[in-house]
Structure formats: structure tokens, C-alpha cells
Design a protein around this ligand. Structure first.
Ligand code: ATP
Length: 586
């Protein structure tokens, strides 16, 4: 289509046009019969569109007489071409759309057909770089697993002696204790491929998928033998059959049946060794754990002090640790930490060091990392206020209770710096090394812990009065109730005598327990348990209250120091106590 330029456009009447053509003022004409208009280009360069009559013979004649060039434009043909082009474009879009849809549905179909394929991750031999040396503090487990390595490397040596190598080994332990790490170490040391899958990946929405995935996994593993199959969180499929109220024949049970069949199916000494990890061995089906399937169980517990030091040393290898840092001290300060948490501690310390632009990880970096992990992120310091005073008395209450109670832990640090999550301050203790090494704790020590835990509330009530005490002691009470309940129901530390009245809370067996089991504790015994717990808690509270009343002057002085300095480290705390007459710590 022609576009008129505004500049120089000149609108004319039909009669004017005829006379201008006759006078030779028109350069050329373009006639558009279907639109009944003519496009005029004048000799002076101007342009104009003028309506004409249908089948205008007069214009043709005048143009012919004056020899003015006249072109007739066939708009219908133009429209037809435009129409065809439009249709072609539409057709192309439709074809592309259909192809896209077909491709998409093909991939859905493929996925549906591939549902039964296992989703394992395969690491070829040599790909994993975890050696037994990298797994610290698990020496007895590592020793036991070294013979598996020996079999995978030189099977003939054991076969010639008629030995049967375990088909399956169950690694049992709390999260983060190194189960996956050990399995990887075996594969690395034996230089065999490592097939790993989480048991939850077997179970899908559709019945039968899990079973076919198990078949597929074992088929692939047999092709690559000798190799290791590692199934993490096996309790996701290996739970005892028939548990739960819904009855049995569900997808999970079919998967488990297939697993049992496959484990029976692979020949002895075939070179495929199944390692499985769980932290709920109590819920596993007994058919799974019987000899011939998982013949061996290896227990990995939370590391003790020596093991924690060894794990810290492994993770410190790749980090620039200052020579002043004592891993012994940090192992002591981290009771209950798993290997994964210890690795995380040093990693956090490295991040803190980087943030402060220093080159070596020092004690204060690890300290900040430990606080961050166990107490949460630091929040803005409290302004001087009655609330800050109350928190200071609460914390000094704990600290003094620990100082003057025989068998209580030593003070490591008292802090008045708040942390995110509603922690106004805290008192950290230095756990007793003897207890940590032996794993045994006496009745007196547990009672001392209860006294110390109640020191915070006792200090609040002595100083501020009973109506001013706060809910800040709620987590202390939880701890006290937990310890007192353990004393009464598990350890035989109360007048209930030498009996266990604790109930194992295996929620996965809820259905079975409802149907099959009576509670083993009578209503009357439950009442006695509650009474004993109350007795222990009150006895401890009265003890700590009278202790703190007798140390009121010392408490006031220590609170003043804490308000001033906000943190009192162990050494300073004991110096402050020793400096004051007749206040020697126990
Ligand atoms: P989950 O039960 O949660 O699967 P897991 O027992 O399999 O845990 P791993 O995955 O083996 O734990 O450990 C996590 C990380 O913790 C490891 O990658 C390693 O860095 C560290 N770790 C755990 N235990 C040890 C150990 N004994 N020695 C060295 N590092 C360890």
C-alpha cells in the first residue's frame, strides 16, 4: 500500500485533476479500480489521491491523449498474495505447535515407560576420593569393613578358604555419623563402582514402580560386579510389614518384598555387596535383617571426645588452623556433636575468618562459629534496662549454682549478648571429661544438673520477687522435667525403685501398638511418676534457692561485672569468685 507523505500532499477535485493532466502538470497516475481512486504524482513532486468513477473511461482517454503514464494496479491479486502469505504463516504456526505437543507427550510417555528404571547415581571406580583415613573416630567399624575391601579386591583369597562374604551390611547410627562416608570409603579403597540411591526414591505414586526399580538396580549392579550398592535411609522401604492400621499390601511392602527376593537371588560371592544405612533399626522388618540378607550390622554412635578430636583433625587438614588452636579443647566443648556437625563447625569458623580478612583460623573464630551453631545468630545488644538486669541475675544464678554445687560442671562462659530466637543471655558449661570419656553419669551428677538448671529462676525470684519472675526459664524447666523423668522412669533413681517404666515411642508402629499392645505402665504408676518428678524438681529448687540467698552479696557483685563487661569467660569468672573472701568455689 502506498503511504502518503504529509509534506507536499495536495488534495484535488476530479475536474481539477482532468484539467491538470491536460495542462501537463501530472507526471504519472496509478489507478486502483477496486478502490475507485487514482494516485497522482505531479510534475512538481506533489502527490495526491483522488476518487474516480467506476470504470472511468474519461480518465483513461485524457491520460492517453496527453501521453501521461498510467498504471493500473491489480489490488485483488495483491490481496490474494497477502492472504496466501497469511495462511502459510498460520499453517507454519499450527505445524510447529503440533510438533511441540507431540514431542512433549512423547517425553511424558517415555517417562511413564521409564518409571520402572532405578534413579541411582553411579560413580565409576576411581571417581570417589574418600579413604578410610578420611573417616575418623570409627576405627572398629573401619577395621570390620576392611575385609570387605579385601574381598572386593582379591575374592579368590577368601573363596579358596570356603568363606562366604556378607551379602548385605547394615550401617546403623544417628544422622551425620559417617554412614555414607564409610560406604564411599569402601568403594574407593576397593576401587569398584558405587551405586547409591535413597530408599525413598524407590517408592512412587504407582504400585509396582518401586519393585521394578529394585529389579533394575540389581540388574545394573550385577553387570558391573564387583561393585557396591548403597541404599540410604533403608527404613523408608524396609519397615516391618503389616504395621499400621491400613493393612499391608501397599507399594512399600511390594518394594520390600522385591528387595528381599533380589537379595536372595544374587549368588553368594557374586561380587555385589549391598550396604544400607538407617537410624531406625528398630523399625526394620526382621526378614531383612536375618543372616543371609543383611548378615552384619555395624553401629556408629555419636563420637566421644577422642573421636571428636580425630574428626576435627581430619577436617582441619584442608584449613589453615593457627598453631595456638587446641583441638582437644574444642573436642571437649562439643559433646553430642556428630561428625557432620563438627565438619560444619570448622567450615563456619573458616567463613568467620574470611569475613574478618584474616589468614589463619584462631580460637575466637571457632568460638564464634560454635555460638552461631548452638545459640543462633547474634542480635543487637540489649540496652541498659530492668530486663537486662533480670537476665544478668538469671545467668549468674545458673553460674553460682554450678560453682557451689558438688558434682556440677565447671563454667565455660557467661554471656549477656542476645541471640536471634529470643535468647537474652546464656551460661555455657565445660562438661566433665571423666563422664564424657566413660559415658556413665551418676545420680548425683544428674541431680546437680537439675539444681543448676533451676538456678536462673531461683535468682529471679530472690531478687525481683515472685510476681516479677519471667517465662525466660521455660526451656530450663523442660530440661529439668526431661532429666527428672529419665531418673524416675529409666535409671531407677527414685523411690519407684529399680524398674523401667519408660515407653518407647515408635510412632511408625502406632497402628500395631494400638491393636496389639497395652501400655506397660498403669494409671497408678503414672501418677507416682509425676509425683516423683515433682518431688525431685522441688527439692532441687529449694536447695538452689537457699544456696543463692546465702550468696546474695556475691551474686550482686557478679551481676554488676556482667552488666559492665557483657561476657565473663571461665578464667575471669573463677578469679572474680576467688577474689572475694569466703566464697571459694567447690
Ligand atoms: P545421614 O544418616 O543423615 O545420611 P550419614 O551418617 O550418612 O548421615 P555422612 O553423610 O556420612 O553421614 O556424613 C556427613 C558429613 O559429615 C561427611 O561428609 C563428613 O564431612 C562428616 N563426617 C561424618 N562423620 C565423619 C567421620 N567419622 N569422620 C570424618 N568426617 C565425618
Amino acid at each position: 500500500m502506498v503511504k502518503l507523505s504529509q509534506k507536499g500532499s495536495n488534495y484535488q477535485s476530479y475536474s481539477d485533476l482532468i484539467s491538470q493532466i491536460t495542462e501537463g502538470q501530472v507526471d504519472s497516475l496509478i489507478l486502483n479500480p477496486s478502490r475507485r481512486e487514482v494516485y497522482v504524482i505531479f510534475s512538481n513532486g506533489n502527490k495526491s489521491i483522488i476518487p474516480v468513477f467506476p470504470n472511468d473511461q474519461n480518465l483513461l482517454r485524457v491520460a492517453q491523449l496527453t501521453r501521461t503514464p498510467l498504471t493500473v494496479r491489480d489490488i485483488k491479486q495483491e490481496q490474494a498474495i497477502a492472504g496466501i502469505t497469511g495462511n502459510l504463516a498460520l499453517l507454519t504456526i499450527v505445524i510447529i505447535g503440533v510438533t511441540f505437543l507431540l514431542k512433549k507427550s512423547a517425553s511424558v510417555a517415555n517417562r511413564t515407560l521409564g518409571f520402572g528404571r532405578s534413579q541411582e547415581r553411579i560413580k565409576p571406580e576411581g571417581d570417589i576420593k574418600v579413604f578410610f583415613d578420611d573417616v575418623a573416630g570409627l576405627s572398629s567399624a573401619s577395621e570390620e569393613l576392611k575385609e570387605i575391601v579385601c574381598f572386593l579386591r582379591k575374592p579368590e583369597k577368601l573363596i579358596s578358604l570356603g568363606a562366604r562374604i556378607p551379602k548385605g551390611i547394615l550401617l546403623i547410627g544417628p544422622p551425620g555419623t559417617g554412614k555414607t562416608l564409610l560406604a564411599k570409603a569402601i568403594s574407593c579403597e576397593a576401587e569398584v563402582p558405587f551405586f547409591s540411591i535413597a530408599a525413598s526414591e524407590f517408592v512412587e505414586l504407582f504400585v509396582g514402580v518401586g519393585a521394578s526399580r529394585v529389579r533394575d538396580l540389581f540388574r545394573k549392579a550385577k553387570e558391573k560386579a564387583p561393585c557396591i550398592i548403597f541404599i540410604d535411609e533403608i527404613d523408608a522401604v524396609g519397615r516391618q510389614r503389616g504395621s499400621g492400621l491400613g493393612g499391608g499390601n501397599d507399594e512399600r511392602e511390594q518394594t520390600l518384598n522385591q528387595l528381599l527376593t533380589e537379595m536372595d537371588g544374587f549368588a553368594e560371592n557374586s561380587g555385589v555387596i549391598l550396604l544400607a544405612a538407617t537410624n531406625r533399626p528398630d523399625v526394620l522388618d526382621s526378614a531383612l535383617t536375618r543372616p543371609g540378607r543383611f548378615d552384619r550390622s555395624i553401629y556408629l554412635s555419636l563420637p566421644d571426645r577422642k573421636a571428636r578430636k580425630a574428626i576435627l583433625a581430619v577436617h582441619a587438614r584442608s584449613k589453615p588452623l593457627s598453631l595456638k588452636v587446641s583441638l582437644d579443647d574444642w573436642a571437649t566443648k562439643t559433646p553430642g556433636f556428630s561428625g557432620a556437625e563438627l565438619a560444619n563447625l570448622l567450615n563456619e569458623a573458616a567463613i568467620v575468618t574470611a569475613r574478618t580478612n584474616q589468614l589463619n583460623i584462631e580460637d575466637n573464630h571457632i568460638e564464634r562459629a560454635l555460638e552461631r551453631i548452638s545459640m543462633g545468630i547474634a542480635s543487637t545488644p540489649l540496652q541498659d534496662s530492668s530486663q537486662k538486669r533480670l537476665i544478668a541475675y538469671h545467668e549468674i544464678g545458673h553460674a553460682l549454682a554450678a560453682t557451689f554445687t558438688p558434682l556440677a560442671d565447671k563454667i565455660d562462659k557467661v554471656s549477656l549478648l542476645p541471640r536471634e530466637g529470643g535468647i537474652g543471655g546464656y551460661t555455657r558449661f565445660w562438661p566433665d571429661e571423666e563422664v564424657m570419656d566413660s559415658g556413665l553419669i551418676s545420680k548425683g551428677r544428674i541431680f546437680a544438673k537439675i539444681i543448676v538448671a533451676l538456678g536462673g529462676r531461683a535468682a529471679e525470684s530472690i531478687v525481683f520477687g515472685n510476681s516479677e519472675v519471667t517465662q525466660g526459664a521455660s526451656s530450663d524447666f523442660e530440661h529439668v522435667t526431661y532429666l527428672a523423668r529419665e531418673m524416675v522412669t529409666k535409671f531407677g533413681f527414685s523411690s519407684l525403685g529399680p524398674q523401667s517404666t519408660s515407653s518407647n515411642n515408635n510412632e511408625v508402629f502406632l497402628g500395631r501398638d494400638l491393636v496389639n499392645k497395652r501400655s506397660k505402665v498403669s494409671e497408678a504408676t503414672n501418677k507416682k511418676i509425676d509425683k516423683e518428678i515433682r518431688k525431685i524438681a522441688f527439692e532441687a529448687f529449694f536447695k538452689v534457692e537457699s544456696l543463692l540467698k546465702s550468696k546474695r552479696a556475691l551474686m550482686d557483685k557478679l551481676v554488676a561485672v556482667l552488666l559492665e563487661e557483657e561476657i565473663i569467660e571461665s578464667k575471669r569468672f573463677y578469679e572474680l569468685i576467688e577474689d572475694l573472701p569466703n566464697n571459694h568455689a567447690l
